[in-house]
Design a binder for this molecule. Sequence first.
Ligand code: NIG
Ligand code: FE
Length: 414
Amino acid sequence: MKTVIKNISELIQTETSARKWVAGKDMSHISTIKDAFIEVEGGLISSFGSMEDWNGIEDWNNTEIIDAEGGMVFPTYCDSHTHLVFAASREEEFVDRINGLSYAEIAERGGGILNSADKLQNASEDELFEDALARLNELVQIGTGAIEIKSGYGLTLDAELKMLRVIKRLKAASDVTIKATFLGAHALPKEYTENKEGYMDLVINEMLPIVVKEGLADYVDIFCEEGYFTVEDTKNLLTAANKLGLQSKTHVNQFNAIGGVKSSVDLGALSVDHLEVMAEEDYEALKGSNCMPTILPSCSFFLRIPYGPAKRMIEEGLPVALATDYNPGSNPSGNMNFVASLGCIQMKMTPEEVINATTINTAYAMGVEKELGSICIGKKANLFITKQIPSYAYLPYSFGHNVIEKVMIAGKLQ
Ligand code: NIG
Ligand code: FE
C-alpha cells in the first residue's frame, strides 16, 4: 500500500542523503520544494518532488491519496529531552515561585524532584503508563514524532525500574520513536542526605548494571549541578556506563557552570542539555566533538532563568538542538511549536535555525538521525501537514496557535 500526499504548497527540510547534523552557518539554511508531493510506502518515505515531476498513480487499488490542500509538510519534531513519565503535576510550586521562592528554595523545602519522587513511588505502573500514553498522544497531535524519555523520579531501584518499564511499554504501544534514559542520579533522596557516596554507589553499582542487563535504557543521564551531583560523580557514572556500553546525555549548566560540559564531552556524551549558563571553556570543549549542545527554552521561560546562548554557539560553528524538557517541575509543556517560537523570539534564532534545531539536530541528540529529522528517502514517514500558511516562518511566528492540521506517524494518519 502506497500513500501519496499531493498539493503541498511547500515541503520543508528535504535532504538528498541523511546528514549527521547541521552546524554553524549551515544552520541558517533549509532545503524545501514548492508545490510538491511525497510518497510513502511501508511506513517509509519512498519518493518526493515537485508536483510537475509526479508520475501520477500507477496502481489505483493500492494507493491512498491525501490532499494537503495547499498546506505545508514538515518532518515531525524530535524531542530529545523529556521527563514524560511522572505521577502528578506540581502547580503548587508554580504558585510558590510566583510568590517569590526560587527553584532552589523550593527544592530545599522538600519540593522539586523529591516531591515528584514521593508521588511516583506510590503510583502503580499501570497508572503511570496510562497517564504517560495520554500525554504522548497529545504531543503527537501537535507535531512530535520522536521522543526521549528519562527516568529519575523513582530514586529507588524498584521505582527507577518501574519508570523504565513504563517507557518500554510506551515503546511497544506507540509508533512514535522512543528512546529511554536512566536518570537515577537526578536528586539525592532524603535518606541519603548525609551519604551521597552511598547513593552514587547504589546508582552505579546496583541500579546501572540491572538497567543495562534488562535492556531498559538507551542512555544514562545525571543532573550535574550545585546541590545535586558533582563533576566527580558525573565522571564516575559516565565511566561506569561506558564500560557497560551505555552512552550518556547529561543535565549540565542549568544554574552554574561547574565543568560538567567538558567531563561529559570527554566521556563521549551524545548531548549536553540545558546550557543556560556557559563558560568560555565549555565552548572550547564542544568544538570538534560529537556532542550535541541542547537548549531547553521553555524551561527558561517557565522558571524565568536565562536562555541558553544559541546564537553564540552557532557563531562558534557548533550545532544547536532545541528540546522541551517536559516535566512537572521546571516545564509542564511538551509543545515543540512553542519551543520553536521561543527560539526565534527570545533567542533570536532564525526560523531556518529553529527548524534545523528541532528536527535533524534533535534527531542526532537521540541517536535517530539516520531514520528521522528530515524528509529523505528511506527515512520514517513521520510528518505533519499544516493549515494553509503564508510561509514556513509563520509557524514559529504564530506562537500559541496550532497550525498543524494532520499528523502522520510511520505512514499512518493519527
Ligand atoms: O531538566 N534539572 C533537572 N531536572 C529537570 C527538572 C525536574 C523537576 O523539577 O522535576 C529539568 O529541568
Ligand atoms: Fe531535564
